[in-house]
Ligand binder design. Sequence first.
Ligand SMILES: Cc1ncc(COP(=O)(O)O)c(C=O)c1O
Length: 392
Amino acid sequence: MNSPALEAHIDLSAVAHNIDILRSHTTAQVMAVVKADGYGHGAVQVARAALAAGAAELGVATIDEALAVRRDGVSAPILAWLHSRGSDFAGAIAADVQVGVSSPRQLDAVVAAARVVGQSASVTVKIDTGLARNGVAPAEWDEIAAGLAKAVAEQSIVLRGAMTHLVRGDEPQHPENDLQARRFDEAVADLVRVGARPQVQHIANSAATLMRPDLARDLVRPGIAVYGRSPAPEYGDFGLVPVMTLSAEVLSVKKIKAGQGVSYSHTWVAPRDTTVALLPAGYADGVPRLVSNQLRVHINGHGFPGVGRVCMDQMVVDVGPDGGGVAEGDRAILFGTGAGGGPTALDWAEAIGSIDYEIVSGIRGRTIRTYSSEPVGTPDTRPRSTHDIGAT
Ligand SMILES: Cc1ncc(COP(=O)(O)O)c(C=O)c1O
């Protein structure tokens, strides 16, 4: 079967491997975070692979994301923690989706929805211990603690959990981590005091799971490490294997003369007679325009520079005066595992001053996702199933 012109290949055996690595760092249960469509890898496929490999629960941002996973038949415990006033709390309760609450108003809405559904809501209180983002603000803590106790007593909710999210998990020795853990422990003690003991507690993201096992509590909530990306590249790769390989078909190969500019505004001008190859990948597919003239792709195991502006649909690679043995129909690896010195999503991230979370979760447009669960490292021979990102 021909590979799609632009393919994000998702190696589910790498997901399993990464879950193994995470589990080897902790005695806590793993809640695999599959928000943002599994960081751009496909939430349902990654969820199934992670659960099969021993993850106990799933985490997502929104109730819609959780319901989509449920619709695809995944029945494992799942928690959604980012809500708007229009969020479907009743739908979440009916579908056995745990709701993370971040304010007394949200708790009221969940309690009201539980009454309508006629079923207790499973609630996790999300405590802001310093991130100043989502989570119960310190000023509202006493109010929500009392509200949780009342709702538990009335049986409109079950307090499944208490959670917080770290500011500097990727700086394991930073005192902020300990400060947040202390604030979290104090908040949990308050809950116990008012008669609302959470069944489980969780703090750790990928970085803390791998580098601060003392913060693990009952569950850990890794996201990026599930996808094989180091949460703190300066501390190493932890043996994780990148799950997504982005590759494109070489659409055309042509000779150009020295002095010929390439792509819009001729930001790159051929310094010698050379050969350029055209790839069907552009910023509408998630290749940042800012990586123009900074990318390196691998074709047939050799590295070649991307040249000229990345356009909406296309980019150009300089394959050298002799054409580098590159032919139309060959495949260019834009990023992947990094095996054999190949390009990685981290290379892209570093080129644009970002993190690889943004690169992988931003792959979109005409990209077709394919999946395999064969051993890592045999990218061209694996059986594939397809999923059109543009169609979701
Ligand atoms: C609340 C929460 N928990 C866990 C994670 C997973 O973090 P990471 O991908 O760094 O492991 C995220 C991601 O941003 C999050 O928002």
